[in-house]
Design a protein around this ligand. Sequence first.
Ligand code: ATP
Length: 907
Amino acid sequence: MPDRSDRPFHALTAEETLAELSAGPGGLAPAEAAERLALHGPNRLPEPPGRNAVLRFLAQFHNVLIYVLIVAAGVTAALQHWVDTGVILAVVLVNAVIGFVQEGRAEQAMAAIRDMLAPRSAVLRGGRRVTVEAADLVPGDVVLIEAGDRVPADLRLIEARGLRVEEAILTGESVPVEKAVAAVAPEAALAERLPMLFSGTLAAAGTGRGVVVATGPATQIGRISGMLASVETLTTPLVRQMDLFARWLTVFILLVAGSLLAYGFYVGHMSFGELFMAVVGLSVAAIPEGLPAVLTITLAVGVQAMARRNAIVRRLPAIETLGSVSVICSDKTGTLTRNEMMAARLALGEAELAVAGEGYAPEGEVCPVDVAPGPGREAGTSAGTDPGLLAALARAAALCNDAVLHEEDGVWRVEGDPMEGALLALAGKIGAPGVDRARRDAIPFDAAHRYMAVLVEAPEGGAELLVKGAPEAVLALCADRMALGGGTAPIVPADWHRKVEELAADGLRVLALARRAMPAGQEGLSHDDLAGRLSLIGLVGLIDPPRPEAIAAVADCHSAGIRVKMITGDHAATARAIAAEIGLKNTDRVLTGADVEALDDAELAAAATGTDIFARTSPAHKLRLVTALQARGLTVAMTGDGVNDAPALKRADAGIAMGLKGSAAAREAAELVLADDNFASIAAAVREGRTVYDNIKKVISWTLPTNAGEALTIVVALFAGMMLPITAVQILWVNLITAVTLGLALAFEPSEPGTMRRPPRARTEPLLTGGLIWHIVLVSGLFVLAVFGIFAYATERGHDPALAQTMAMNTLVVLEIFHLFFIRNIHGTSLTWTGLRGTRIVWACVLTVTGAQVAVTYLPLLQPVFGTRPVPLEDGLLIVGIGVVFFALIETEKQMRLAFRRGQHGT
Ligand code: ATP
């Protein structure tokens, strides 16, 4: 909906804006919202047009190898070698098709992830707070904004509390702007429209609510063209490195091929036609043309596998980094624990009370701990408990609160912070009157001061200040405490800290609640109204049980050589109790935020390595911790959810944000987003990260020796001036058929057993290690030996040269298949039942290749094309036998190497 021409929304008051949009402060009714959605369309910027499929297909031909092949096809056609021309063109076409299909798959993987990261937004619909997809917002919706949120549409504020918004994407100004509800002049520039929030800007602090005035293309950002999301391509440093390597290798091979052509023609005096085909065959065999595409597919498969495990990769290099993570710093609440809270214990005056109940249902008894709950007793009236105190507690719990509970099919759910939901349930259980007072002002919760305060109308008239927060923070603000009978009593902070410790030692999250009577006319609230003037009401202990799957995942990480550290804003004793339940390694030592501040960088680096629990930390400490751990050479994964966690997430090697409770700011700073906020998903992502890295290594370890082996066969023959043991057309064929099958199969390999029982890979470990080079030399050497061996054997047996060549070609393919089975297990033994059983993809590929080879060898129709002859049975068996011997040789060599390495590591 465009601004009105006479007066724009920023010049209207909040009430006028609501009236203009026919909306109320409680938002639109759901039916009305649905109607408006149909009218205005989704709140989404138009997608940049996707690349046309035909253009995408044609782009596949833009590649050095393809140019070479097309020239080669032209030359063979000029020489009237029609079969060669046909085969070369088939290679060109198949290459383009594979590239096209793979690129499509990769794009699909990325698109699926984009959908999973679709932004959501808290709105009021029919007076009720609900979370909807940002795309479903319509003009007139009332949206709730808090620090860390990306503004989902253009909004006119109707309430703002300490709300500061970073509008750099619109105004270029990086300092956050303080927003206010009051109208401004109609001609105010964008940066001065203080009562407006613009779509795409970021709330840096505070809270607010605003009514949607424009959505999708009608927003300010939508009107600026060229600001559409950039498209991310599926690549990582490693894959880029391989891409570059493959390009230089291509140049090198073309130079070698050119030299060979000259050598053969001028020195060897060979016929140009035959020589030319041999050199083309050599180039195609040697150039790893499919490698970059297969690596891209490997990444796409990894991205999808992680997404299935609820880990959404935002930046692709994270896939590689995750595999080498050696420390995971995790938040406690919601990641290691369930974040399904329930108030279980209360400390009120002299009494200690137990709260019964299930979930968020506001039903359950509240009674002194020494009196077992039972029927027939009215809540809150048991001996030692003062109904007045309980009522004050319930009021503070219910009013100093932004969450909402609602019941659906008998199940109570929270909209908002689960801890606040638990407090609402507690207030319901106490059932005190006066919990529906109007709020006049509020100081939102902030991890820096660790409390939240509201100013409300008091039940007895006048106003009341209600505060909840971390006990240390609240106790520091208290002058006295509420006593039995409505008066106040002196407070002994040490006693209360002891009570806090007792509750926390049971793993309870402890909150303190306090109040103060305020003058009736007071409308606004500042921190000065709190300092040293509050009366403590009591303490609430909330249970938040650990996630059982997190316990298993922590154990997994430990066996994978990854240290897990808990970094929490919670109390040290609570953190320690939960850490013990979760199974962290060192639960004896806790570093608090204050401790971290007292240490310098070097001391912190030393202390942080051995400490697994960090309590009462704030986001700035997280940043220092990451830096300290990295200084020790560790690869650090760090979780975060708040707007202030963004710097630590950026700094970490793998920043991990929460998809459910995380802010947009944290998500955007992170490499990985957890769809379920669950620690177990991090462990799963690490496992997938290791698997992807292994698979990249496997693809390379299979492709390079295979190519080298094929190419060497031709080079050796040319130099020795012998007949080619495999004809150029056959080499082209083998390359074609194996590239689409065997070469691709490894991209889909599942994790090897023991993937999470190996120590993490060093971050600096190169891909082309001495070991890999040795593997290339060994395998290509054995390929050449086997091919020439069988060729010589066949010739000696008096076979026709064409049959000898057919046998040599089949030997090459059999070796490639055995090599594939070998490569599937680079970290363990390949000769296991699971290893041999393979996967469906592996067998599908092997069967396809075998079927194709049988066809080429035995089908009379194809024999003239490829110059093949039917191979007798005993020779066929011999070829398979050679494959078995080859497998046994390289497997034994690997076992020797593994044994040697184990000996070196003393395991
Ligand atoms: P984690 O870092 O593991 O997620 P956390 O969520 O407990 O821990 P913070 O959100 O920084 O960390 O909270 C720190 C402390 O502040 C809590 O232990 C609690 O005492 C208090 N607190 C948290 N949320 C609120 C709130 N909405 N109102 C008042 N106090 C709060």
